[in-house]
Design a protein around this ligand. Structure first.
Ligand code: MN
Length: 193
């Protein structure tokens, strides 16, 4: 059967410092995400879902398979959207136009997105997604949920599980969220749209 593999980080493990420390990245990618991959591969043994692509598993599974598959999809998008050497500090082109159209301005979007992350109770993720008509929406998803379960196309996400920031920011989740804009690779986000 197919085995899911731990994604390779597209940057060095210390490249996102000081926004995300090497220690946080080593635990978050090397322990937490690796754990979800190992768990899912074990749970899929003998399951009819085993041959499906990850996004389809997230839309069809329940229980432990859903939780672990969801966390892999979420983290692959999360780790894949960062860079230690951003070439732009804000989106450009069609993505910038869509953000201005649907949120008023990039600053207003950032404020609403950070608020979504800061006010999410417990563990989960705040997402920017596009709906079927291309309209951009911000959603809060609990635990391992992903916007693909609602028919949305996920573009950008901040992980607000404590394991994402506690070593570096302790209880200061809003400070962590405010700092993440410094390491977003807007070229990656534009390609997802
Ligand atoms: Mn995480």
């Amino acid at each position: 059967m197919k085995k899911f593999e731990l994604m390779a980080l597209p940057y060095a493990v210390d490249a996102l410092e000081p926004v995300i420390s090497k220690q946080t990245l080593e635990f978050h990618h090397g322990k937490h995400l690796a754990g979800y991959v190992n768990n899912l591969n074990g749970l899929l043994e003998g399951s009819p879902l085993a041959e499906l692509p990850l996004e389809e598993i997230v839309c069809k599974a329940t229980g432990g398979i859903l939780n672990n598959a969801g966390q892999i999809l979420n983290h692959n998008l999360y780790f894949g959207q960062f860079t230690g050497e951003p070439t732009k500090s804000a989106p450009t082109g069609k993505l910038a136009e869509a953000i201005a159209r649907d949120f008023g301005s990039f600053e207003a979007f950032k404020e609403a997105f950070q608020k979504g992350g800061a006010t999410l109770f417990g563990s989960g993720w705040v997402w920017l997604s596009a709906d079927k008509d291309g309209k951009l929406v911000i959603t809060q998803e609990p635990n391992a949920a992903n916007p693909v379960q609602k028919g949305l196309k996920p573009l950008l996400t901040f992980d607000v599980w404590e394991h994402a920031y506690y070593l570096d920011y302790q209880n200061r989740r809003p400070d962590h969220l405010a700092a993440l804009w410094q390491i977003i690779d807007w070229n990656v986000i534009a390609k997802r749209l």
